[in-house]
Design a binder for this molecule. Structure first.
Ligand SMILES: *Cc1c(COP(=O)(O)O)cnc(C)c1O
Length: 343
Protein backbone atom coordinates (compact mmCIF):
# COMPACT_ATOMS: atom_id res chain seq x y z
CA UNK A 1 0.00 0.00 0.00
CA UNK A 2 2.86 2.40 -0.79
CA UNK A 3 1.12 5.17 -2.65
CA UNK A 4 2.24 8.66 -3.46
CA UNK A 5 0.46 11.14 -1.24
CA UNK A 6 -1.76 13.70 -2.95
CA UNK A 7 -0.25 17.12 -3.31
CA UNK A 8 -2.37 18.79 -0.63
CA UNK A 9 -1.39 21.52 1.83
CA UNK A 10 -2.42 19.31 4.79
CA UNK A 11 -1.71 21.87 7.50
CA UNK A 12 -4.04 24.43 5.94
CA UNK A 13 -7.00 22.20 5.18
CA UNK A 14 -10.25 23.24 6.83
CA UNK A 15 -13.26 21.08 7.67
CA UNK A 16 -14.94 20.88 4.27
CA UNK A 17 -15.96 18.20 1.79
CA UNK A 18 -13.23 17.37 -0.69
CA UNK A 19 -14.28 14.35 -2.75
CA UNK A 20 -11.68 11.59 -2.98
CA UNK A 21 -11.50 8.95 -5.72
CA UNK A 22 -13.30 6.04 -4.09
CA UNK A 23 -16.28 5.32 -1.85
CA UNK A 24 -18.29 2.23 -0.78
CA UNK A 25 -21.93 1.56 -1.71
CA UNK A 26 -24.28 -1.25 -0.64
CA UNK A 27 -27.99 -1.57 -1.35
CA UNK A 28 -30.76 -3.20 0.65
CA UNK A 29 -33.65 -4.66 -1.32
CA UNK A 30 -36.09 -7.57 -0.94
CA UNK A 31 -35.10 -7.95 2.69
CA UNK A 32 -31.34 -8.32 2.21
CA UNK A 33 -28.12 -6.33 1.76
CA UNK A 34 -26.07 -6.96 -1.37
CA UNK A 35 -22.30 -7.47 -1.00
CA UNK A 36 -21.56 -3.81 -1.66
CA UNK A 37 -18.62 -2.53 -3.68
CA UNK A 38 -16.23 0.35 -4.15
CA UNK A 39 -17.19 2.96 -6.72
CA UNK A 40 -15.84 6.21 -8.13
CA UNK A 41 -19.36 7.66 -8.50
CA UNK A 42 -19.81 10.40 -5.90
CA UNK A 43 -23.46 11.02 -6.77
CA UNK A 44 -26.67 9.38 -5.57
CA UNK A 45 -29.66 8.84 -7.85
CA UNK A 46 -32.92 8.08 -6.04
CA UNK A 47 -36.69 8.37 -6.40
CA UNK A 48 -38.25 11.77 -5.70
CA UNK A 49 -40.40 9.87 -3.19
CA UNK A 50 -37.47 8.23 -1.34
CA UNK A 51 -38.09 7.82 2.39
CA UNK A 52 -35.08 9.98 3.20
CA UNK A 53 -36.52 12.90 1.22
CA UNK A 54 -40.07 12.60 2.58
CA UNK A 55 -39.69 11.49 6.20
CA UNK A 56 -35.96 11.95 6.92
CA UNK A 57 -35.14 8.31 7.45
CA UNK A 58 -31.38 8.67 7.57
CA UNK A 59 -28.45 8.29 9.93
CA UNK A 60 -24.68 8.61 9.92
CA UNK A 61 -21.41 8.00 11.72
CA UNK A 62 -18.10 9.81 11.77
CA UNK A 63 -14.58 8.56 12.48
CA UNK A 64 -11.02 9.34 11.50
CA UNK A 65 -8.20 7.53 9.73
CA UNK A 66 -4.70 8.87 10.24
CA UNK A 67 -1.02 8.02 10.08
CA UNK A 68 0.68 6.97 13.32
CA UNK A 69 4.17 8.00 14.42
CA UNK A 70 5.62 4.79 12.95
CA UNK A 71 3.86 5.26 9.61
CA UNK A 72 0.88 2.90 9.92
CA UNK A 73 -2.57 3.94 8.67
CA UNK A 74 -5.16 3.25 11.37
CA UNK A 75 -8.69 4.02 12.57
CA UNK A 76 -9.75 4.54 16.16
CA UNK A 77 -12.29 2.03 17.57
CA UNK A 78 -14.41 1.62 14.39
CA UNK A 79 -16.19 -1.35 16.00
CA UNK A 80 -17.90 1.12 18.35
CA UNK A 81 -19.09 3.22 15.42
CA UNK A 82 -20.46 0.06 13.78
CA UNK A 83 -22.31 -0.90 16.97
CA UNK A 84 -23.67 2.61 17.40
CA UNK A 85 -24.97 2.73 13.84
CA UNK A 86 -26.64 -0.64 14.42
CA UNK A 87 -28.39 0.84 17.49
CA UNK A 88 -29.39 3.88 15.47
CA UNK A 89 -30.79 1.74 12.64
CA UNK A 90 -32.88 -0.34 15.04
CA UNK A 91 -34.42 2.81 16.52
CA UNK A 92 -35.20 4.23 13.05
CA UNK A 93 -36.60 0.95 11.62
CA UNK A 94 -33.69 0.78 9.19
CA UNK A 95 -31.91 -2.50 8.34
CA UNK A 96 -28.65 -3.05 10.25
CA UNK A 97 -25.59 -3.42 8.04
CA UNK A 98 -23.70 -6.31 9.71
CA UNK A 99 -21.13 -4.85 12.10
CA UNK A 100 -18.17 -6.98 10.96
CA UNK A 101 -18.82 -6.11 7.31
CA UNK A 102 -19.28 -2.48 8.33
CA UNK A 103 -15.74 -2.35 9.75
CA UNK A 104 -14.38 -4.22 6.72
CA UNK A 105 -16.02 -1.66 4.41
CA UNK A 106 -14.45 1.24 6.35
CA UNK A 107 -11.05 -0.43 6.00
CA UNK A 108 -11.57 -0.95 2.27
CA UNK A 109 -12.50 2.68 1.70
CA UNK A 110 -9.55 3.99 3.71
CA UNK A 111 -7.14 1.60 1.95
CA UNK A 112 -8.48 2.64 -1.45
CA UNK A 113 -7.94 6.30 -0.51
CA UNK A 114 -4.62 5.88 1.27
CA UNK A 115 -3.09 8.63 -0.86
CA UNK A 116 -5.49 11.00 0.91
CA UNK A 117 -4.54 9.96 4.44
CA UNK A 118 -2.55 12.93 5.79
CA UNK A 119 1.01 12.25 6.94
CA UNK A 120 1.90 11.97 10.63
CA UNK A 121 2.57 15.31 12.26
CA UNK A 122 0.43 17.36 9.86
CA UNK A 123 -2.42 17.49 12.36
CA UNK A 124 -4.76 16.67 9.48
CA UNK A 125 -6.77 13.43 9.28
CA UNK A 126 -8.95 11.55 6.82
CA UNK A 127 -12.52 11.95 8.05
CA UNK A 128 -14.64 8.88 7.28
CA UNK A 129 -18.38 9.32 6.89
CA UNK A 130 -20.52 6.15 6.84
CA UNK A 131 -24.21 6.89 6.33
CA UNK A 132 -27.47 5.18 5.47
CA UNK A 133 -30.74 6.44 4.04
CA UNK A 134 -34.10 5.18 2.83
CA UNK A 135 -33.80 5.06 -0.96
CA UNK A 136 -37.13 3.34 -1.66
CA UNK A 137 -40.36 5.31 -2.20
CA UNK A 138 -42.83 5.87 0.67
CA UNK A 139 -45.86 8.10 0.67
CA UNK A 140 -47.90 6.66 3.55
CA UNK A 141 -45.83 7.09 6.71
CA UNK A 142 -43.91 3.83 7.15
CA UNK A 143 -40.36 2.54 6.95
CA UNK A 144 -39.10 2.28 3.37
CA UNK A 145 -38.37 -1.12 1.84
CA UNK A 146 -35.10 -0.13 0.18
CA UNK A 147 -31.98 1.48 1.65
CA UNK A 148 -28.51 2.54 0.63
CA UNK A 149 -25.42 2.40 2.85
CA UNK A 150 -22.43 4.45 1.73
CA UNK A 151 -19.03 5.39 3.10
CA UNK A 152 -17.03 8.29 1.73
CA UNK A 153 -14.02 10.03 3.17
CA UNK A 154 -12.58 13.50 2.97
CA UNK A 155 -9.30 14.92 4.26
CA UNK A 156 -9.76 17.52 7.00
CA UNK A 157 -7.33 19.93 8.56
CA UNK A 158 -6.03 20.21 12.12
CA UNK A 159 -8.81 21.24 14.49
CA UNK A 160 -6.74 23.66 16.57
CA UNK A 161 -5.21 25.54 13.66
CA UNK A 162 -3.43 28.58 15.09
CA UNK A 163 -3.60 27.18 18.62
CA UNK A 164 -6.24 26.25 21.18
CA UNK A 165 -9.07 28.74 21.67
CA UNK A 166 -11.41 28.05 24.60
CA UNK A 167 -15.06 28.29 23.58
CA UNK A 168 -17.82 30.53 24.84
CA UNK A 169 -21.16 28.76 24.95
CA UNK A 170 -24.70 29.74 25.90
CA UNK A 171 -27.43 27.83 27.69
CA UNK A 172 -29.99 27.20 24.96
CA UNK A 173 -33.71 27.89 25.22
CA UNK A 174 -34.28 25.19 22.61
CA UNK A 175 -34.31 21.51 23.47
CA UNK A 176 -32.15 19.02 21.62
CA UNK A 177 -33.76 15.76 22.65
CA UNK A 178 -36.83 14.55 24.52
CA UNK A 179 -36.76 11.81 27.16
CA UNK A 180 -37.37 8.51 25.34
CA UNK A 181 -36.85 10.30 22.01
CA UNK A 182 -33.94 10.04 19.56
CA UNK A 183 -31.19 12.01 21.32
CA UNK A 184 -29.12 8.89 21.96
CA UNK A 185 -28.86 7.89 18.29
CA UNK A 186 -26.97 9.49 15.41
CA UNK A 187 -29.97 10.42 13.27
CA UNK A 188 -29.79 13.24 10.74
CA UNK A 189 -33.06 14.59 12.10
CA UNK A 190 -31.36 15.55 15.41
CA UNK A 191 -29.11 17.85 13.42
CA UNK A 192 -31.77 19.31 11.13
CA UNK A 193 -33.64 20.69 14.08
CA UNK A 194 -30.49 21.96 15.83
CA UNK A 195 -29.51 24.21 12.93
CA UNK A 196 -31.73 27.11 13.91
CA UNK A 197 -30.36 27.06 17.46
CA UNK A 198 -26.73 27.04 16.32
CA UNK A 199 -27.23 29.79 13.72
CA UNK A 200 -28.87 31.92 16.41
CA UNK A 201 -26.06 31.15 18.88
CA UNK A 202 -23.45 32.17 16.31
CA UNK A 203 -25.35 35.40 15.55
CA UNK A 204 -25.18 36.20 19.25
CA UNK A 205 -21.43 35.53 19.36
CA UNK A 206 -21.47 32.07 20.96
CA UNK A 207 -19.61 29.05 19.67
CA UNK A 208 -22.07 26.40 20.83
CA UNK A 209 -25.32 25.70 22.67
CA UNK A 210 -25.41 23.92 26.00
CA UNK A 211 -28.65 21.92 26.09
CA UNK A 212 -30.33 21.09 29.36
CA UNK A 213 -32.60 18.09 29.87
CA UNK A 214 -35.91 18.80 28.14
CA UNK A 215 -38.12 17.49 30.96
CA UNK A 216 -36.87 19.59 33.89
CA UNK A 217 -34.29 21.96 32.43
CA UNK A 218 -32.14 21.45 35.47
CA UNK A 219 -29.49 18.99 34.31
CA UNK A 220 -26.73 19.42 31.73
CA UNK A 221 -27.04 17.21 28.63
CA UNK A 222 -24.66 18.04 25.76
CA UNK A 223 -24.13 20.43 22.85
CA UNK A 224 -25.44 19.88 19.32
CA UNK A 225 -22.56 17.58 18.43
CA UNK A 226 -20.29 16.98 21.42
CA UNK A 227 -20.51 15.56 24.97
CA UNK A 228 -19.38 17.46 28.05
CA UNK A 229 -16.70 16.49 30.49
CA UNK A 230 -16.10 18.58 33.59
CA UNK A 231 -13.26 18.54 36.09
CA UNK A 232 -13.98 19.29 39.74
CA UNK A 233 -11.65 21.41 41.87
CA UNK A 234 -10.33 18.20 43.44
CA UNK A 235 -9.53 16.76 39.97
CA UNK A 236 -12.44 14.39 39.56
CA UNK A 237 -13.62 13.92 35.96
CA UNK A 238 -17.40 14.11 35.64
CA UNK A 239 -19.63 13.55 32.61
CA UNK A 240 -23.43 13.90 32.48
CA UNK A 241 -25.52 10.73 32.48
CA UNK A 242 -28.82 10.78 30.60
CA UNK A 243 -30.77 8.56 28.25
CA UNK A 244 -31.00 11.34 25.68
CA UNK A 245 -27.27 12.03 25.27
CA UNK A 246 -25.47 10.62 22.23
CA UNK A 247 -22.89 8.15 23.59
CA UNK A 248 -19.68 9.77 22.29
CA UNK A 249 -16.87 7.30 21.65
CA UNK A 250 -14.34 10.02 22.43
CA UNK A 251 -15.99 10.74 25.78
CA UNK A 252 -16.16 7.03 26.70
CA UNK A 253 -12.47 6.68 25.77
CA UNK A 254 -11.51 9.77 27.79
CA UNK A 255 -13.31 8.45 30.89
CA UNK A 256 -11.33 5.21 30.55
CA UNK A 257 -8.08 7.17 30.10
CA UNK A 258 -8.86 9.28 33.18
CA UNK A 259 -9.24 6.17 35.33
CA UNK A 260 -6.78 3.70 33.85
CA UNK A 261 -3.98 5.94 32.59
CA UNK A 262 -4.14 9.02 34.83
CA UNK A 263 -5.41 7.43 38.04
CA UNK A 264 -8.20 9.99 38.37
CA UNK A 265 -11.68 9.37 39.67
CA UNK A 266 -14.14 9.51 36.78
CA UNK A 267 -17.89 9.37 37.15
CA UNK A 268 -20.88 9.43 34.85
CA UNK A 269 -23.83 10.90 36.74
CA UNK A 270 -26.50 13.55 36.57
CA UNK A 271 -24.93 17.01 36.50
CA UNK A 272 -27.26 19.76 37.75
CA UNK A 273 -26.65 23.03 35.91
CA UNK A 274 -26.41 24.64 39.37
CA UNK A 275 -23.18 22.70 39.94
CA UNK A 276 -21.45 24.00 36.79
CA UNK A 277 -20.16 27.15 38.52
CA UNK A 278 -18.24 24.92 40.95
CA UNK A 279 -16.18 23.15 38.26
CA UNK A 280 -12.55 23.94 37.50
CA UNK A 281 -12.53 22.85 33.84
CA UNK A 282 -14.97 22.05 31.10
CA UNK A 283 -14.47 20.48 27.68
CA UNK A 284 -16.46 19.29 24.67
CA UNK A 285 -15.60 15.85 23.36
CA UNK A 286 -16.05 14.44 19.91
CA UNK A 287 -14.11 12.84 17.08
CA UNK A 288 -13.27 16.13 15.35
CA UNK A 289 -11.42 17.92 18.16
CA UNK A 290 -11.00 15.13 20.76
CA UNK A 291 -11.51 17.86 23.41
CA UNK A 292 -12.25 21.56 22.92
CA UNK A 293 -11.88 23.50 26.15
CA UNK A 294 -14.79 25.69 27.25
CA UNK A 295 -13.80 28.97 28.87
CA UNK A 296 -17.15 30.62 29.49
CA UNK A 297 -20.77 29.51 29.83
CA UNK A 298 -23.47 32.17 29.64
CA UNK A 299 -26.90 31.53 31.13
CA UNK A 300 -29.19 34.36 30.02
CA UNK A 301 -26.68 37.08 30.72
CA UNK A 302 -25.19 35.39 33.79
CA UNK A 303 -21.58 34.46 33.06
CA UNK A 304 -19.79 31.45 34.44
CA UNK A 305 -16.07 31.86 33.80
CA UNK A 306 -14.20 28.59 34.19
CA UNK A 307 -11.02 29.00 36.29
CA UNK A 308 -9.04 27.42 33.40
CA UNK A 309 -9.51 30.72 31.56
CA UNK A 310 -9.80 31.89 27.97
CA UNK A 311 -6.31 31.20 26.66
CA UNK A 312 -5.54 27.53 27.24
CA UNK A 313 -6.83 24.08 28.15
CA UNK A 314 -7.10 23.40 31.87
CA UNK A 315 -4.35 21.12 33.25
CA UNK A 316 -6.49 17.98 33.57
CA UNK A 317 -8.15 18.57 30.19
CA UNK A 318 -4.69 18.92 28.65
CA UNK A 319 -3.50 15.66 30.25
CA UNK A 320 -6.58 13.86 28.97
CA UNK A 321 -6.09 15.35 25.52
CA UNK A 322 -2.37 14.52 25.35
CA UNK A 323 -2.90 10.97 26.59
CA UNK A 324 -5.74 10.08 24.22
CA UNK A 325 -4.05 11.66 21.19
CA UNK A 326 -0.83 9.86 22.22
CA UNK A 327 -2.75 6.57 22.27
CA UNK A 328 -4.28 7.36 18.87
CA UNK A 329 -0.97 8.32 17.27
CA UNK A 330 0.93 5.34 18.69
CA UNK A 331 3.31 7.09 21.09
CA UNK A 332 1.40 5.69 24.12
CA UNK A 333 0.40 2.02 24.33
CA UNK A 334 -3.27 1.60 23.46
CA UNK A 335 -5.72 -0.64 25.30
CA UNK A 336 -6.42 -3.90 23.48
CA UNK A 337 -8.59 -3.38 20.41
CA UNK A 338 -8.59 0.42 20.26
CA UNK A 339 -6.40 0.83 17.20
CA UNK A 340 -7.57 -0.76 13.98
CA UNK A 341 -4.87 -1.17 11.38
CA UNK A 342 -5.79 -0.73 7.72
CA UNK A 343 -4.84 -3.43 5.21
C1 LIG B 1 -21.32 12.34 17.06
C2 LIG B 1 -21.79 13.07 18.25
C3 LIG B 1 -20.98 13.24 19.39
C4 LIG B 1 -19.53 12.82 19.46
O1 LIG B 1 -19.35 11.45 19.34
P1 LIG B 1 -17.94 10.82 18.99
O2 LIG B 1 -18.21 9.37 18.85
O3 LIG B 1 -17.02 11.11 20.10
O4 LIG B 1 -17.47 11.46 17.72
C5 LIG B 1 -21.53 13.88 20.49
N1 LIG B 1 -22.80 14.35 20.48
C6 LIG B 1 -23.59 14.22 19.40
C7 LIG B 1 -24.98 14.76 19.45
C8 LIG B 1 -23.12 13.57 18.26
O5 LIG B 1 -23.91 13.44 17.20
Amino acid sequence: MKMEKKNIDWGNLGFAYMPTTTRFVANYKDGAWDEGSLTTDATVNISECAGVLQYSQSCFEGLKAYTTEDGRIVCFRPDLNAARMADTCRRLEMPVFPEDKWVEAVKKVVAANSDYVPPYGSGATLYVRPFMFASGPVIGVSPAREYQFRIFCTPVGPYFKGGVRPLTIRVSDYDRAAPHGTGHIKAGLNYAMSLHAIVEAHEQGYDENMYLDAATRTNVEETGGANFIFVTKDRKVVTPKSGSILPSITRRSLMYVAKEYLGLEAEEREVPFEEVKEFAECGLCGTAAVISPVGKIVDHGKEICLPSGMTDMGPVTKKLYDTLTGIQMGSIKAPEGWICEIG
